[in-house]
Ligand binder design. Structure first.
Ligand SMILES: [Zn+2]
Length: 107
Protein backbone atom coordinates (compact mmCIF):
# COMPACT_ATOMS: atom_id res chain seq x y z
CA UNK A 1 0.00 0.00 0.00
CA UNK A 2 1.38 3.37 -0.97
CA UNK A 3 1.02 6.60 0.97
CA UNK A 4 -1.43 8.88 -0.82
CA UNK A 5 0.83 11.82 -0.03
CA UNK A 6 4.05 10.27 -1.33
CA UNK A 7 6.58 13.03 -1.98
CA UNK A 8 4.47 15.74 -0.35
CA UNK A 9 6.75 18.44 1.12
CA UNK A 10 9.66 16.26 -0.05
CA UNK A 11 9.25 14.20 3.12
CA UNK A 12 10.27 10.57 3.21
CA UNK A 13 7.38 8.18 3.81
CA UNK A 14 7.44 5.76 6.71
CA UNK A 15 6.26 2.18 6.40
CA UNK A 16 3.57 2.64 8.99
CA UNK A 17 0.25 3.44 7.32
CA UNK A 18 -2.60 5.25 8.99
CA UNK A 19 -6.11 6.23 8.01
CA UNK A 20 -6.41 9.92 7.43
CA UNK A 21 -9.85 11.49 7.87
CA UNK A 22 -10.68 14.18 5.36
CA UNK A 23 -13.09 15.74 7.83
CA UNK A 24 -11.65 16.03 11.33
CA UNK A 25 -13.20 13.73 13.89
CA UNK A 26 -13.65 16.72 16.19
CA UNK A 27 -15.88 18.31 13.57
CA UNK A 28 -17.99 15.15 13.40
CA UNK A 29 -18.38 14.94 17.14
CA UNK A 30 -21.98 15.67 18.05
CA UNK A 31 -23.15 14.81 14.54
CA UNK A 32 -23.57 11.03 14.51
CA UNK A 33 -25.28 11.10 11.10
CA UNK A 34 -22.31 12.85 9.53
CA UNK A 35 -19.89 10.48 11.27
CA UNK A 36 -21.82 7.44 10.00
CA UNK A 37 -21.94 8.95 6.51
CA UNK A 38 -18.16 9.42 6.46
CA UNK A 39 -17.61 5.86 7.63
CA UNK A 40 -20.03 4.49 5.03
CA UNK A 41 -18.21 6.47 2.33
CA UNK A 42 -14.67 5.61 3.33
CA UNK A 43 -13.60 5.61 -0.36
CA UNK A 44 -13.92 9.41 -0.21
CA UNK A 45 -13.46 10.43 3.39
CA UNK A 46 -10.58 8.15 4.40
CA UNK A 47 -7.15 8.09 2.83
CA UNK A 48 -4.16 5.83 3.42
CA UNK A 49 -1.36 8.08 4.54
CA UNK A 50 1.93 7.10 6.19
CA UNK A 51 2.60 8.13 9.78
CA UNK A 52 5.07 10.81 8.67
CA UNK A 53 2.59 12.51 6.37
CA UNK A 54 -0.27 12.00 8.81
CA UNK A 55 1.71 13.42 11.74
CA UNK A 56 1.87 17.04 12.82
CA UNK A 57 -1.40 17.66 10.98
CA UNK A 58 0.50 17.72 7.68
CA UNK A 59 -2.30 15.87 5.89
CA UNK A 60 -4.72 18.53 7.14
CA UNK A 61 -2.88 21.32 5.32
CA UNK A 62 -4.98 22.82 2.58
CA UNK A 63 -2.61 21.82 -0.22
CA UNK A 64 -2.39 18.27 1.13
CA UNK A 65 -6.20 18.06 1.16
CA UNK A 66 -6.31 19.46 -2.36
CA UNK A 67 -3.97 16.73 -3.52
CA UNK A 68 -5.93 13.97 -1.76
CA UNK A 69 -9.19 15.19 -3.30
CA UNK A 70 -7.64 15.58 -6.75
CA UNK A 71 -6.57 11.93 -6.54
CA UNK A 72 -10.09 10.89 -5.54
CA UNK A 73 -11.43 12.76 -8.56
CA UNK A 74 -8.94 10.95 -10.80
CA UNK A 75 -9.99 7.59 -9.33
CA UNK A 76 -13.75 7.98 -9.02
CA UNK A 77 -14.70 10.88 -11.27
CA UNK A 78 -15.69 14.43 -10.45
CA UNK A 79 -19.42 13.78 -10.34
CA UNK A 80 -19.18 10.98 -7.81
CA UNK A 81 -16.81 12.93 -5.55
CA UNK A 82 -19.02 16.03 -5.72
CA UNK A 83 -22.11 13.95 -4.87
CA UNK A 84 -20.31 12.39 -1.92
CA UNK A 85 -19.27 15.76 -0.56
CA UNK A 86 -22.70 17.31 -1.06
CA UNK A 87 -24.28 14.38 0.76
CA UNK A 88 -22.13 15.13 3.77
CA UNK A 89 -22.73 18.89 3.61
CA UNK A 90 -26.47 18.26 3.76
CA UNK A 91 -26.00 16.73 7.23
CA UNK A 92 -24.52 19.89 8.73
CA UNK A 93 -26.38 22.96 9.90
CA UNK A 94 -23.22 25.00 10.24
CA UNK A 95 -21.35 26.39 7.24
CA UNK A 96 -19.61 23.81 5.11
CA UNK A 97 -18.41 26.05 2.28
CA UNK A 98 -14.92 24.65 2.82
CA UNK A 99 -16.21 21.15 1.96
CA UNK A 100 -17.38 22.11 -1.52
CA UNK A 101 -15.36 20.32 -4.19
CA UNK A 102 -14.15 23.61 -5.69
CA UNK A 103 -13.04 24.91 -2.30
CA UNK A 104 -11.15 21.69 -1.51
CA UNK A 105 -9.46 21.60 -4.90
CA UNK A 106 -8.43 25.25 -4.61
CA UNK A 107 -6.50 24.37 -1.45
ZN1 LIG B 1 3.87 9.40 3.22
Amino acid sequence: MECELTGFLEMECTRRMQRHHLVNKSRLRGNPEALAYCEANAWLFLSDVCSAHNGSRIADQVDARARLIRQKVELYGEEKVREGLEGLRALFRSSTEDLRLEALLAG
